[in-house]
Design a protein around this ligand. Sequence first.
Ligand SMILES: Nc1nc2c(c(=O)[nH]1)N[C@H]1C(S)=C(S)[C@@H](COP(=O)(O)O)O[C@H]1N2
Ligand SMILES: [Mo]
Length: 174
Amino acid sequence: MKYIAFLLLFAPNASFSQTHEHGLGSPSSISHTIDVDGIMPKPVKLTLTDIKKLPAVTKANVKISGTGGMVKHTFQTIKGVLLKDLLLKAGIDNSNFKEAGKLYIVATATDGYKAVFSWSEIFNSASSLAIMVIYEENGKPVKDDGEFILLSINDTVNGIRHVKWLSEITVKQG
Ligand SMILES: Nc1nc2c(c(=O)[nH]1)N[C@H]1C(S)=C(S)[C@@H](COP(=O)(O)O)O[C@H]1N2
Ligand SMILES: [Mo]
């Protein structure tokens, strides 16, 4: 009897749970803001309007690969901002490299998908200009995969740190 009660408690939830691991689930909830928070002097909640005020970066012919190396998606053109500019907007303290070097950044989507970056790769690596949050694809607002997508273009398999439905960027200390 206890066992049946347990099943009843969890069954309704189970039937609603969706996974986007292979991009097959139905759309996740869309966040209209990005929270930039964690160890930050001034945590901010940024809207598309706020983000459009930051320096825009555009790129063409960006390919997203899945595990195994297959191209899963090609962006003809994209427009967005560098992840480092979002962190600077929230006042990240880069003054002491010994301290900043301890920081890591967790990007989270509304479906719970996460990707992790280190402070060093964002501010002090050849990839720092290729880690970005996009809000436009082919001249149109990003829509089907949320309002914001995080890309780490130079990754070998860059589908893994391709965070659709991005909603939060949290700075933590290692
Ligand atoms: N929010 C979110 N982003 C995600 C995923 C996910 O499940 N949720 N799946 C990832 C995986 S496994 C891949 S390969 C890429 C490519 O996804 P696409 O084929 O749907 O473009 O998105 C990644 N981004
Ligand atoms: Mo994947």
